[in-house]
Ligand binder design. Structure first.
Ligand SMILES: NC(=O)c1ccc[n+]([C@@H]2O[C@H](COP(=O)([O-])OP(=O)(O)OC[C@H]3O[C@@H](n4cnc5c(N)ncnc54)[C@H](OP(=O)(O)O)[C@@H]3O)[C@@H](O)[C@H]2O)c1
Length: 338
């Protein structure tokens, strides 16, 4: 059966960042959505969301699931397990984007449409961090194995949900106006004009462990930076079999999720302020905003760690866009297979 067949879709977390991005991508797709139910918390009762040129009501109570073809789960993890149980009871296929079940071996972790089976009642969508790192590591290693990957993720305020973005905005405005600081947001402390050491990467580490296996030594650190959107990382990858920089670049370029950005002006078309001055470098976090691929640049060999076996790169992405595009591709495979 193809996805052009009429589809009844339910999205939990429709008013959140991931839910909104998913609706926008669904709206742009060629899916024949005959019913879209958008669910959020009681706080969103009486609000609407836009789809197919119409304003649709947000549902604040758990809707009946029987008869739906697919449920997308985009709430916080804390709400997710009960909804998963309801989907299983109603025998409706569920795609979980929250990571609530991504550590359970019985639940397929869908890195690729090839991981999807026709009968899977529940599929877990990897976090954007795991999707991006998995793609980059595999492309750098080629046919060989990754030995070790070490890096630092820079996460924006959006990693803490819409409330994180609102907190950064309100704090920034208060600082500019020299007015009293608002109460801290979900970070539990001020975030504006500051960098917080540490970021919640437990989910990404576990999901990468599942995809790469125990043979790969993985060390992922993080920091929260005061940008509104995006995620970036500096990554050092060590591989078993010696390879050269040109081959690594070619494999990165050939990967469907990766856009290699040459040194020089970023995608926003920045130019040097004065002739003879160095060009701005990318890919920056803003360069990647709204882009569907993972932007990779600053690729270099790290000879100090081994000739042809260690490479450093920088990646930048729009995690909301990356995860929404991926979830739709997996949903497409799941519905087509059934
Ligand atoms: N942010 C990212 O970059 C990112 C990327 C990939 C995956 N994720 C994961 O995706 C999930 C959503 O992230 P987000 O950034 O979109 O968070 P968010 O902006 O805080 O959105 C949370 C959504 O959940 C809804 N919700 C809360 N309680 C609910 C309930 N009982 N029933 C139904 N809906 C309920 C909220 O509704 P109200 O508006 O009514 O509160 C809102 O729509 C999280 O699990 C996150 O870990 C996030």
């Amino acid at each position: 059966m193809s996805v052009s067949a009429p589809r009844r879709i339910v999205i939990f977390g429709i008013t959140g960042q991931v839910g909104q991005e998913l609706v926008d991508r669904l709206d742009e797709s060629d899916w024949n959505v005959v019913e879209l139910v958008g669910v959020a918390s009681a706080d969103s009762a009486g609000t609407t969301f836009s789809f197919g040129g119409h304003d649709l009501d947000v549902t604040a109570e758990a809707p009946p699931l029987a008869g739906a073809d697919l449920v997308f789960l985009c709430t916080r993890q804390v709400e997710a397990l009960e909804i998963v149980r309801d989907c299983l009871k109603a025998e409706v296929a569920c795609l979980d984007l929250t990571g609530a079940v991504s550590a359970q071996d019985a639940v397929p972790l869908a890195y690729s449409p090839a991981d999807v089976t026709a009968t899977a009642p529940l599929l877990s969508i990897p976090s954007p961090t795991a999707l991006a790192w998995d793609a980059v590591l595999r492309a750098v290693a080629g046919d060989g194995a990754v030995v070790r990957a070490t890096g630092t993720v820079l996460a924006s305020a959006a990693a803490r949900g819409r409330a994180g973005v609102v907190a950064l905005s309100e704090e920034s405005i208060a600082l500019f106006n020299q007015s009293e600081s608002p109460d801290p947001g979900p970070a539990g402390q001020g975030v504006a004009f500051d960098v917080l050491p540490g970021a919640d990467l437990g989910r990404a580490r576990a999901e990468l462990g599942r995809s790469l296996g125990e043979g790969v030594a993985l060390s992922v650190a993080g920091a929260e930076v005061p940008t509104f959107v995006g995620e970036a990382a500096s990554v050092l990858i060590e591989v078993e079999a010696s390879t050269d920089l040109a081959s690594v670049a070619a494999r990165l370029e050939a990967h469907p999720l990766i856009d290699v950005v040459a040194d020089g002006p970023g995608s926003r078309g920045l130019v040097a302020v004065e002739d003879g001055e160095p060009s701005p470098v990318g890919p920056t976090m803003r360069d990647a905003a709204g882009e569907s691929g993972v932007q990779v640049g600053r690729l270099e060999a790290e000879a100090a760690l081994g000739e042809g076996t260690a490479f450093r790169l920088w990646l930048s992405m729009d995690p909301l866009r990356v995860v929404a595009d991926h979830a739709l591709a997996i949903a497409d495979a799941r519905l087509t297979a059934s």
